[in-house]
Design a protein around this ligand. Structure first.
Ligand SMILES: [Zn+2]
Length: 252
């Protein structure tokens, strides 16, 4: 599955002149490239989206293909955009959450020795001045969308709300007051508990906004939504972030 995905990714990036780089090779024989895509922007700020750290949560990776096809990147003052379309290539290829070593990579960004995937992602992020990071996930328990938001104190809470509003056109937002024993308000969990995730680590490193977007898991029996609709919602969420930084660029 991963290699047909790479074909699509390569062809879109070539057509649109986006920079596609291999940041590591992973797997038993290092046969799986881990990719970074860069969309150049004019504003000072950088946003970053990551998908597929849990290899079976595939919708985010396909949402990135759709974003790459449709984004109007020639506009003035768009932010620089970095994508990790498939953060766990071996998991994605096998359609399983964990990598080929049976490791849940998204619990290994803090207080653990980095696996090769974690190190490549982390080192790449260290070189970029990212203002907003968002990881895309699928939840096989809840049939609604919600957002974990690690927010640095000085940042307004408006952006996570806007993200949820843009999603609500396609997928309903969770209304529960507690999600996995965390306090939630209209789908928003502010300052979630530490879990060793990529997003928690990026918050710890000082990134002003670090989000984890959870969409209904597409392959589960309980999934009430099609892959296509989930992809549309994820593209809307990413475009909301991009639009936010496009506007703030124009003010300067
Ligand atoms: Zn996940």
């Amino acid at each position: 599955m991963y290699f047909s995905y790479i074909q699509k990714l390569t062809s879109i990036c070539a057509q649109r002149h986006f920079r596609l780089e291999v940041i590591s090779f992973v797997g038993k024989r290092n046969e799986y490239p881990l990719f970074k895509v860069t969309i150049p922007g004019n504003a000072h700020k950088t946003v970053c989206f990551s998908a597929g750290i849990h290899g079976d949560e595939i919708s985010g990776s396909f949402a990135m293909l759709k974003l790459l096809k449709s984004i109007n990147f020639k506009k003035q003052n768009v932010p620089k955009i970095i994508l990790f379309p498939v953060a766990n290539p071996t998991g994605f290829h096998a359609c399983r959450e964990r990598n080929f070593q049976n490791i849940n990579l998204n619990r290994h960004f803090r207080n653990h020795t980095f696996k090769k995937e974690n190190r490549a992602l982390y080192n790449t992020m260290k070189k970029e001045n990212v203002h907003c990071f968002m990881a895309l996930h699928g939840d096989d328990v809840n049939t609604c969308a919600y957002l974990h938001a690690y927010i640095r104190n000085e940042q307004p809470i408006l952006l996570p709300r806007k993200i949820l509003t843009s999603i609500n056109r396609y997928i309903p937002i969770c209304k529960k007051s507690r999600i996995f024993s965390m306090q939630a308000h209209n789908g928003l969990i502010v300052q979630p508990k530490p879990d060793g995730s990529f997003e928690e680590r990026m918050h710890h490193e000082g990134i002003p906004y670090s989000f984890c977007l959870e969409m209904p898991y597409v392959y589960s029996v309980a999934s009430a939504f099609s892959l296509n609709r989930t992809i549309q919602a994820e593209v809307a969420a990413m475009k909301t972030v991009i639009a936010e930084y496009t506007k703030s660029g124009q003010k300067k």
